[in-house]
Design a protein around this ligand. Structure first.
Ligand SMILES: O=C(O)CCC(=O)C(=O)O
Ligand SMILES: [Fe+2]
Length: 319
């Protein structure tokens, strides 16, 4: 049956079997849901959207000081038109940050390019602390959600823990979609590479999810995160859960949209384990998708790097 609206899952109630069953339904039948009662207040979320608006309101020169062109590690600012998805230019500007780490002295693997320091704008000192503290809280929520999902999948609650025993690789971005002509893409159709994605939206719609061959609007729901299943969970569940295609429609001229995305992967040097699901789930699995344009890679660093290079082929070109 086609749905009109994404399911709503209560984080607070995930310690009940009934809510975990709803979670399993949402994750397997839709791949997308609203997460509510997750412990971050509307005031906390508003503060993040406010500091994000302040960043995008800086002069273009101040934003360009932290341009991703200076970061071989895919961090920093991209102006409108610098990102490509599904072969077309995305009409959004964005600022990306990941785990705060020094870059390795020598690269043993290509994917180690995604390890390195973040770029923080001198013109807006509070940005760093506010965004890093958001990430910490989101990671706590994501780990608990992933464990609840494991339980719902009929495997040990900690079956995926080993894949992030030293801490997950997390990637986040604040995003501004300026108003443009109706035919423009905010971001083209894609799947997210990690285990789970959280999106915080403001009051402007535009996010669309592919569901049973149609595009379903994800209307803003105050206080919620929109959560989706990423490619690593498709791999871990051997295709029982599917990473769901989604895209963002550019807002109309004279309006704009702000969002904050958080992508939780496993640790970069891990290989995603394949969970031994109950026979009934195995029987329903569609198998892992085999799109030649988007191979799913179970070595975590390789899958993360694949997504970053595709979106930002020019990262670090000025470094
Ligand atoms: O801005 C949004 O609502 C979603 C963004 C998104 O899908 C992404 O950056 O991967
Ligand atoms: Fe996405």
């Amino acid at each position: 049956m086609a749905i009109q609206q994404l399911p709503i899952i209560s984080y607070k109630q995930l310690d009940t079997q009934a809510e975990r069953e709803r979670l399993l339904w949402a994750a397997s039948e839709v791949g997308f849901f609203y997460l509510v009662e997750h412990g971050l207040s509307e005031a906390d979320l508003d503060a993040v959207l406010r500091v994000s608006r302040r960043f995008f309101a800086l002069s273009q020169a101040a934003k360009e000081q932290v341009s991703m062109a200076y970061s071989p590690h895919f961090r920093g600012y991209n102006a409108v038109g610098q990102e490509v998805t599904a072969g077309a230019v995305d009409m959004r500007e964005q600022f990306d940050w990941m785990n705060e780490e020094p870059a390795p002295q020598q690269l043993q693997y290509d994917w180690q390019r995604v390890i390195g320091p973040n770029l923080w704008p001198a013109a807006l000192p509070p940005l760093r602390e506010q965004l890093l503290s958001l990430t910490l809280r989101q990671t706590e929520i994501a780990v608990t959600l992933l464990r609840a999902l494991c339980q719902a999948l009929g495997v040990a609650w900690n079956a995926l823990d080993d894949s992030f025993r030293d801490g997950p690789y997390t990637h986040s971005k604040i995003i501004r979609y300026p108003g443009t002509e109706a035919s423009s893409q905010g971001v083209g159709a894609h799947k997210d590479p990690g285990y789970l994605t959280f999106v915080l939206q403001d009051q402007q719609s535009g996010l669309e999810v592919e569901h049973q061959g149609e595009w379903l609007d994800v209307e803003p729901l105050s206080g919620s995160f929109v959560v989706n299943i990423g490619e690593l969970l498709e791999l871990a569940s051997d295709g029982f859960l599917q990473a769901t295609n989604h895209r963002v429609r550019a807002p109309k001229p004279g309006t704009e949209r702000f969002s904050v995305a958080y992508f939780m992967a496993a640790q970069l040097d891990a290989t995603v384990p394949v969970l031994d699901l109950p026979a009934a789930m195995k029987a329903k699995s569609k198998g892992v998708s085999t799109d030649p344009n988007n191979p799913l890679l179970s070595q975590v660093g390789e899958n993360v790097l694949k997504g970053r290079v595709r979106s930002h082929p020019d990262a670090g070109k000025a470094a």
